[in-house]
Design a binder for this molecule. Structure first.
Ligand SMILES: Cc1cc2nc3c(=O)[nH]c(=O)nc-3n(C[C@H](O)[C@H](O)[C@H](O)COP(=O)(O)OP(=O)(O)OC[C@H]3O[C@@H](n4cnc5c(N)ncnc54)[C@H](O)[C@@H]3O)c2cc1C
Ligand SMILES: NC(=O)c1ccc[n+]([C@@H]2O[C@H](COP(=O)([O-])OP(=O)(O)OC[C@H]3O[C@@H](n4cnc5c(N)ncnc54)[C@H](OP(=O)(O)O)[C@@H]3O)[C@@H](O)[C@H]2O)c1
Length: 250
C-alpha cells in the first residue's frame, strides 16, 4: 500500500465497537456507533476496516436503530480470512475505520408486494434489516417470505426473532429455516425443513402460489446457492436480484 493510500485510510471516519457477541462457532454480531451521521437503505452495506484492510458488510439493523448491527463469519486465516480474524480479536471500546456512505443496490423494492428473501448464514443480514424496517414503518400490503439455509441449526442466529415476528405478523412474515446436514450431531432435535435452501425454493414458491409479476426473489450469501437459484428461476421468468458475498473460485 502506498503512503498516499495509507494517509487516505487514516483520514476515514471511525466507528466505535459498542457491543459484540459470539453467537455460534465462528459467527459473531457486532454493533457499531459511527462517529459521523450515517444513513442507509435496508439491504445496503457499510465498508469497515482496520490496519488498511477494508471489507463490505450488509447491515442487519434497520435505519431507525441507534447502532449499526453486523452479522459476521470469522473466516480463519487458513481459509483465507484477513479482516475477520482482526475483527474477531477486537474488543468493545475499540474502533474500526468506516467509509462514510452506505453503498449497494440490493435494496428493498416496494413496487413488488411479495418478497422472497433467500439467504445462507450471514446472508440473512440484509433481510433482517428489511423486515425490521417494514415492521417499524408499519408497512401494509407486503409479505416477506424469509428462507435461510445453514449447515447447522445454531448458525441461523436470527431465528428466534424471525419466528416471533412470523407469529405476531403472520400476514406479513413467513420464516423457513432449513439445515443441509440433518444427520450432524449439531442438528440433534431439529424438526424443521432439511436440504440446501436452493433445492427448496421452487417447491415453496409453488406452495405459496405467488404471482410472478408481483414477486421479487432476493438471493444473498453463498455464490453457489445464488447461481443455482438464479439459473432455475430466471429460466422460468421470475424476477431475481442477488448479492454475492464472495466469488465461487475464492
Ligand atoms: C456486498 C457484500 C456484503 C457482505 N456482507 C457480509 C456480511 O454481512 N457478513 C459477512 O460475514 N460477510 C459479508 N461479506 C463478505 C465480507 O466482505 C468479507 O469478505 C468476509 O468477512 C471475509 O473477510 P476476510 O478479510 O476475513 O476474508 P476475505 O479475504 O474477504 O475472504 C476469504 C474467503 O472467505 C470466505 N467468505 C467470505 N465471506 C464469507 C461469509 N460471509 N461466510 C462464509 N465464508 C465467507 C470466501 O471463501 C472468501 O474467499 C460481504 C461481501 C460483500 C461483497
Ligand atoms: N470459519 C472458517 O474459517 C471456516 C470453517 C469451515 C469452512 N469454511 C469455509 O468457509 C466457507 C463458508 O462456510 P459456511 O459454513 O459459513 O457457509 P457455506 O459453506 O456458504 O454454507 C452455508 C449453506 O450453504 C450451503 N452451500 C455450500 N455450498 C453450496 C453450493 N455450492 N451451492 C448451494 N449451497 C451451498 C451449505 O450446504 P452444506 O451444509 O451441504 O455445505 C449450507 O447449507 C466455505 O467455503 C467453507 O468451506 C470456513
Amino acid at each position: 500500500m502506498t503512503e498516499k493510500q495509507l494517509d487516505r485510510l487514516a483520514k476515514l471516519p471511525k466507528a466505535w465497537i459498542a457491543k459484540k457477541q459470539e453467537v455460534a462457532e465462528d459467527l459473531f454480531l457486532i454493533w457499531l456507533r459511527p462517529e459521523v451521521p450515517f444513513t442507509f437503505k435496508p439491504g445496503q452495506y457499510i465498508t469497515i476496516g482496520t490496519v488498511g484492510i477494508e471489507r463490505p458488510y450488509s447491515i442487519a439493523s434497520a435505519p431507525h436503530e441507534s447502532m449499526v448491527e453486523l452479522f459476521i463469519e470469522h473466516v480463519l486465516p487458513e481459509h483465507g480470512g484477513k479482516l475477520t480474524p482482526l475483527l474477531w480479536a477486537q474488543h468493545v471500546g475499540e474502533s474500526v475505520s468506516m467509509r462514510p456512505r452506505a453503498k449497494g443496490i440490493f435494496v428493498f423494492q416496494p413496487q413488488y408486494h411479495n418478497h422472497v428473501l433467500v439467504g445462507t448464514v450471514t446472508g440473512v443480514a440484509p433481510f433482517v434489516s428489511m423486515v425490521r424496517n417494514a415492521i417499524h414503518e408499519k408497512m401494509r400490503g407486503h409479505h416477506f417470505f424469509v428462507m435461510e439455509g445453514a449447515s447447522h441449526q445454531d448458525e441461523f442466529v436470527y431465528d428466534a426473532e424471525l419466528e416471533r415476528l412470523s407469529e405476531n405478523y403472520p400476514e406479513m412474515i413467513t420464516f423457513i429455516p432449513t439445515v443441509s446436514r440433518p444427520q450432524a450431531e449439531r442438528n440433534m432435535g431439529w424438526n424443521g425443513a432439511t436440504g440446501r435452501v436452493n433445492t427448496l425454493v421452487e417447491d415453496y414458491l409453488a406452495k405459496w402460489s405467488l404471482p410472478k409479476e408481483d414477486t421479487l426473489i432476493y438471493l444473498c450469501g453463498n455464490p453457489g446457492m445464488i447461481e443455482d437459484v438464479t439459473e432455475k428461476l430466471k429460466a422460468k421468468d421470475w424476477h431475481v436480484d442477488s448479492e454475492r458475498f464472495w466469488k465461487e473460485d475464492e
